[in-house]
Design a binder for this molecule. Structure first.
Ligand code: CP
Ligand code: NVA
Length: 300
């Protein structure tokens, strides 16, 4: 059966663990010069409505390493941006490529792509979710802490796409998560209910200091996400007090999905400190997605 990844909870907890294990195995094999190349003659179509450094390069590189090929389809490259319906794009692309990945604004468009695609669809970020980031985050936490049990993470910042997928992933693997957001920027109730359905929903607070108190990891993301540029001043004012400084981090690890806006959600000193494991997170996008692509290909 063709499987899609619109959000982390499209996987069962057991499948999530399998994808992470597969990612770790492929990472080790690649490092030993013996990475698998199962995708001879296979193509990944990559639709981007928004910019990207990590997602674009890690998917394209991952596909190359797996013996396949990736096509970059930016807003000016295909008709999606100029009126061809999402469902027609999904059906046409499915006749050429073996997997479709898309970075979109509207999560409903991702759902429609998945509904009409006859090949696996992977969400490379929407306004609501960023499941590939969560796969890399979980791989990174598992590498640094040897597992998930007893690991306490504090999310400090916006209850945005990255936070929402992380909430689901954390619930699925049993991470102890506390989410601190300003009022009005909480995780959606619908996502909290889904987290409850797959594990334990996180504790929530509006107090960053309280959130990090018992934490091993502080995780943050930009205050102004892509597409929210016109709300910049308003959001920066509302997020006052939520900047992740070296004082807030203390001896905890710092995670950030990147790109970081130094001076806004995080200080330069924090990102540059030895506590930051952000480059491991970025690298693990490659390995996690390779694990995911191989796993998806095995479900068909
Ligand atoms: N973290 C992440 O998705 O980065 P990009 O926007 O560079 O892809
Ligand atoms: N929340 C950020 C994540 C970027 C990877 C955004 O949507 O812009």
């Amino acid at each position: 059966m063709v499987r899609h990844l619109l959000d982390v909870d499209d996987l069962t907890p057991a499948e999530l663990e399998t994808v992470l294990d597969r990612a770790a195995d492929i990472k080790a094999a690649q490092a030993a010069g013996d990475g698998p190349e199962p995708f001879d003659n296979q193509t990944l179509g990559m639709i981007f409505e928004k910019p990207s450094t990590r997602t674009r390069v890690s998917f394209e590189t991952g596909m190359t390493q797996l013996g396949g090929h990736a096509i970059f389809l930016g807003p000016d490259d295909i008709h999606l941006g100029s009126g061809e319906p999402v469902k027609d794009t999904a059906r046409a692309l499915s006749r050429y490529v073996d997997v479709v990945m898309a970075r979109l604004f509207d999560h409903d468009d991702a759902e429609e792509l998945a509904e009409y695609a006859t090949v696996p669809f992977v969400n490379g970020l929407t306004d609501d979710a960023h499941p590939c980031q969560t796969l890399a985050d979980l791989l990174t936490i598992r590498e640094h802490f040897g597992g998930f049990e007893e690991v306490r993470v504090a999310w400090v910042g916006d209850g945005n796409n990255v936070a929402q997928s992380f909430v689901l992933g954390a619930a699925m693997v049993g991470l102890d998560l506390t989410v601190a957001t300003p009022e009005g920027y909480e995780i959606d109730d619908e996502v909290l209910a889904r987290a409850d359905a797959v594990g334990e929903a996180p504790a929530t607070t509006h107090d960053p200091e309280a959130a990090v108190e018992d934490a091993d990891v502080v995780y943050t993301d930009v205050f102004v996400s892509m597409g929210q540029e016109d709300r910049r001043e308003e959001k920066l004012a509302e997020f006052e007090g939520f900047q992740v400084t070296t004082d807030l981090i203390g001896d905890r690890k710092l995670m950030h999905c990147l790109p970081a806006h130094r001076g806004e959600e995080v200080t330069d000193e924090s990102i540059e400190s030895d506590n930051a494991i952000v480059w491991d997170q970025a690298e693990n996008r490659l390995h996690a997605q390779k694990g995911l692509l191989v796993w998806l290909s095995e479900q068909e």
